[in-house]
Structures are given as structure tokens and as C-alpha cells.
Design a protein around this ligand. Structure first.
Ligand code: AMP
Ligand code: MG
Length: 417
């Protein structure tokens, strides 16, 4: 038995001919070892990358106690004696007040200005009464109000970001706030992809009878690019053993290979033989719709995802399996599962228990509620159903028909990548 077969056959309830979606995802994860290669990038280029080190602050952020408002810094204990103060000077953000603050004195401070030595409280400018260089403070002030303390955001020695964390704009900003100009990140994955099928015509040629233009390669290119991997487009490959073998050999030098077509029952046999020769590949029938047939395996050191040919099935299996697998492979350790949100179905939806369905839906607001409807024809060849949708409606494995008004789970398209 090969390595991959051995790993998956140890999983509970593993049945390659009726594999549940969550099991398939678990099986793929169990077989994948994340990459460990790292590189250094400038902080300004780190967004979308995966951190390969822990970030432990060497400075406090902010570095000094400072004012949170425009106003007057004073000693709170003075207020108990007298509510009138003399203005001794001004402190701006980046331009501290150099002098000493005596009893009964205050300093005009701008937001971000370092708290003048001896002061502990800021009174906002809107409430004071001014008369020349004197101000009068109304009652009701609290000690330490409107002060931001050193280290309130980030503290020296307290780890703030960890190895494997995805870097969004907020994280990149945090790194910059520590004055760090370069970070260690995981190297980008390199993913090769191609379409298979004798019926596929490339853009630029005229369609002959029975041909379709190859759209999967364009969808895949888009989905992979948005995932942040380097893409290698190997074109269209005919349903021909020699051509396919050459393509797989070429693709196997990359971290992963994604193909479409050629894994359905009518075609699987010859692809199966070829796969068996080149590596270890499992052919699954997944209890889902669309996207039932799928191949997963390894050729050399490259992970193979053999997706179905139907355009909608390509997108569904990509988001439900390939996305998760590639993010795991790329070394991410934060929680990147696609959230399942609840919405009310505005109509009844046909569904039989025993498979997970990914219907294409439109989430919309009606009254105060978020509702969802399906985008018309749901055939796995109707790519328009994806284009018109803004979410998947995920109908769980055991669920039957959905009645109008029932809650359903949705996965938003926006924000996925
Ligand atoms: P297959 O999985 O190869 O049996 O293909 C299933 C269906 O998807 C067939 O109708 C194919 O013509 C169609 N199909 C396969 N590959 C592509 C592609 N790259 N672009 C558009 N349609 C495709
Ligand atoms: Mg085909």
C-alpha cells in the first residue's frame, strides 16, 4: 500500500466511493506536509504573505505616555485645591514641552503629545473656560482621563504575531509601528494547472462542432491568483496518454498541480492507469453536489488535485478542498476555514439527504433580515449561476428539502481570497 493510501485508510469512516465533504477535507490535510522554506521581504511588501517568525516587540507602542485628546494636561491633585490654572506652555505631537509643570500650572497639549513631566490628567479643550493665559476647569473630571499609556498597544517582550500568521494590512501596520523594516515569510507556493479534454478549444480558434472554449483555465487562474500563489499555466492537454504523461511530468516539479476534466467515470480508467504509473493518486466519489468525482494524490513531491470538468464543479471543489489544502501546504496556522453564516431562505429549495450541496445564492436584505435565494438554474455546467451569485448556500449532508422561511447556512464569496 502506498503512503497516501495508508494515511487515509487509517481515518474513521473513510469510504472512497461515498466520501463525505468533511472527511475528504480531513483526508487531504492528513496527507499534506506544509512547506518550510522562508524568505525575507520588506514590510511594505508583506501584505498577503505568511509570517515565518514570531514578532516580539523590542519597544513599547506607544513609546511614551501621551495625550488622547486636544486639551490641557495638569496634575489632578491640584484640582482638589483650585480649579483655575495658568498655561505654562504647549506640547505638540512630536514636539514635547521641555519645562517643568509647577503647582497650579497646566500645559496645552495636542493629541499624541508626550505628557509633560508632573502631569497625569488631560481636560479636553471644549469644556474649559479661557481668559488670557488662565483656564477654569469645570467639576466632574477624573484622574488619568484622556491619557494613553506607554505600551498600551504593544508591550516590550510580549509576543504579538506568531509564525504561520497571515499578514493583513493590520498586521503589516503593527510590524511597521515597531520600526521593523523586513520580516521573514514563507516562500510563495508554486502551483501548475492545466485543462484536459479533446473537446476544448482555445480562445482565438473558431469553434468546431462539439467543441467548447476552455473556460476552466481562466477561472482557475483567477482563483489561484487570489489565493496568493504563483501560478504556472500549462495550457490545454488532449485526452491522450502521451500528452498527459508529459504534462504531469512537467507539472510535478511544482508544489501542487490542479487539473480539470478527465476524472469522471467514463474517463477515469485510462487516467487511473497513467496516475498509477506516475505516482499515488486516489479517485474519490464525494457525497456532494456539484463535484462528485475528484482525484487527489502525489506525483513526485507535488500534490495533485484532479477536479471534475464541469465549470461550476471546478469552482465548488476548488473552494471546498483545494483552497484549504493549499493554505495548509503554504504553512498558515491561523483559522482560515470559510465561515458559515445563517440567512433565511426566501423560497423552498429541493434537496435530498445524503450529500452536501453547494447551491449558488444571492444574499440580500429585506426588512431587517438577511435572506437568500438561489440563482435560477443550478446545473453544474451553468457557470452563470456562479457569476450571478454572491454566496454558496450550503445544504448539509443529512438535510432534506428546505421550506421557505427556514434558516440556511451561507458562505460569502467576497473576502474569500
Ligand atoms: P469531464 O469531467 O472531462 O467529463 O467534463 C465534464 C464536462 O465539463 C463536459 O461537458 C466538458 O465539456 C466540460 N468541460 C471540461 N473541461 C472544461 C473546460 N476546461 N472548460 C469548459 N468546460 C469544460
Ligand atoms: Mg473530459
Amino acid at each position: 500500500m502506498s503512503g497516501i493510501e495508508q494515511i487515509v485508510s487509517c481515518l474513521d469512516d473513510y469510504d472512497p466511493n461515498a466520501l463525505r465533504v468533511d472527511k475528504a477535507r480531513e483526508a487531504i490535510r492528513a496527507c499534506i506536509t506544509p512547506i518550510s522554506d522562508v524568505e525575507r521581504v520588506k514590510t511594505g511588501e508583506a501584505v498577503g504573505r505568511i509570517l515565518a517568525e514570531d514578532i516580539v516587540p523590542k519597544i513599547n507602542v506607544p513609546a511614551h505616555d501621551n495625550s488622547a485628546m486636544d486639551g490641557y494636561a495638569l496634575r489632578f491633585s491640584d484640582l482638589e485645591k483650585n480649579n483655575s490654572f495658568v498655561e505654562a506652555g504647549t506640547a505638540f505631537a512630536g514636539r514635547p514641552f521641555g519645562g517643568k509643570v509647577g503647582p497650579g500650572e497646566c500645559v496645552r497639549v495636542m493629541t499624541g503629545a508626550v505628557m509633560p513631566a508632573g502631569t497625569d490628567t488631560v481636560v479636553i479643550q471644549e469644556v474649559v473656560k479661557r481668559d488670557g493665559d488662565r483656564i477654569t476647569v469645570p467639576p466632574g473630571q477624573k484622574q488619568a482621563q484622556n491619557v494613553r499609556y506607554a505600551g498600551e498597544d504593544l508591550k516590550v517582550g510580549v509576543a504579538v504575531l506568531s509564525n504561520g500568521q497571515y499578514l493583513r494590512p493590520a498586521e503589516v501596520g503593527l510590524i511597521a509601528s515597531l520600526g521593523i523594516g523586513e520580516v521573514k515569510v514563507k516562500r510563495r507556493l508554486r502551483v501548475a494547472f492545466f485543462s484536459t479534454g479533446d473537446e476544448l478549444a482555445s480562445i482565438g480558434s473558431t469553434l468546431k462542432e462539439g467543441e467548447v472554449y476552455d473556460s476552466n483555465r481562466y477561472t482557475l487562474h483567477g482563483m489561484l491568483s487570489r489565493l496568493g500563489v504563483e501560478v504556472i499555466d500549462l495550457g490545454v492537454v488532449r485526452d491522450d496518454p502521451a500528452a498527459l504523461e508529459a504534462a504531469f511530468r512537467k507539472a510535478s516539479q511544482y508544489d501542487a498541480i490542479v487539473t480539470t476534466g478527465g476524472v469522471s467515470v467514463g474517463e477515469a480508467d485510462f487516467v487511473k492507469q497513467l496516475m498509477a504509473k506516475l505516482g499515488e493518486v486516489l479517485f474519490w466519489k464525494i457525497a456532494m453536489r456539484p463535484g462528485r468525482p475528484m482525484a487527489f494524490g502525489k506525483i513526485q513531491n507535488s500534490y495533485l488535485f484532479g477536479l471534475p470538468g464541469n465549470p461550476v464543479a471546478v469552482m465548488v471543489t476548488f473552494y471546498q478542498f483545494v483552497r484549504d489544502a493549499l493554505l495548509h501546504l503554504s504553512g498558515r496556522n491561523d483559522d482560515y476555514a470559510i465561515p458559515l453564516l445563517k440567512a433565511i431562505s426566501s423560497e423552498s429549495i429541493r434537496k435530498v439527504p445524503g450529500r452536501t450541496e453547494y447551491q449558488r445564492g444571492v444574499l440580500f436584505k429585506e426588512g431587517g433580515d438577511w435572506k437568500v435565494r438561489i440563482t435560477g438554474q443550478q446545473g453544474s455546467g451553468v457557470l452563470r449561476s456562479m457569476s450571478e451569485a454572491n454566496c454558496f448556500i450550503v445544504l448539509e449532508h443529512a438535510r432534506g428539502k428546505v421550506e421557505a422561511g427556514e434558516p440556511v447556512s451561507v458562505q460569502l464569496f467576497e473576502g474569500l481570497a
